[in-house]
Design a protein around this ligand. Structure first.
Ligand code: FES
Length: 154
């Protein structure tokens, strides 16, 4: 008899229950305190995203941020100082200008990975090794639960 048949959680021990999938889809945003970190899980345009709830800049409440697209990337806009953070990577975006140019034309640029993100693990591969952040991922189970799998060691 499998773990599911025994009505046990088949997730590995490092998973954390966030909520029922359909509940998160309905409310769109959920926050949960996990191992000393506030984690935001949000559902947008058919996809789950998750990241630390507190903005990397100064702790702003990202659960209250608008979601907008900049330079082709979906971002959450921190309500405190309007920093743009990509949902997928936690990358900080800003508008840069080249002062050597006569006509200043702002272009979107990256500050690099700034915000700790937690991603779905349906593909089983943790997302980003370039960020040098601990690899944190959120898993959406095939049934009805959303769980966060995380390395919360730092
Ligand atoms: Fe988020 Fe400043 S706290 S932009």
């Amino acid at each position: 008899m499998s773990a599911e048949e025994k009505n046990e959680d088949p997730s590995p021990p490092s998973s954390y229950f966030i909520g029922k999938r359909e509940d998160i889809v309905k409310v769109k945003r959920v926050t949960k305190f996990i191992n000393g970190r506030d984690v935001l899980v949000l559902y947008h345009n058919g996809t789950f995203h998750a990241m630390d709830m507190r903005c990397y800049h100064s702790g702003g409440p990202l659960q209250n941020g608008d979601i907008e697209e900049f330079s082709g990337k979906l971002c959450i806009v921190c309500p405190w100082h309007k920093y743009k953070i990509t949902l997928l990577e936690g990358e900080g975006l800003y508008q840069a200008v080249d002062p050597s140019q006569k006509v200043l034309k702002p272009k979107w640029a990256s500050k690099g990975i700034k915000q700790r993100v937690h991603l779905q693990t349906q593909n089983t591969t943790p997302y980003d090794s370039k960020s040098r952040l601990p690899v944190d991922v959120v898993s959406v189970s095939h049934s009805k639960h959303v769980s966060a799998f995380s390395n919360f060691s730092t």
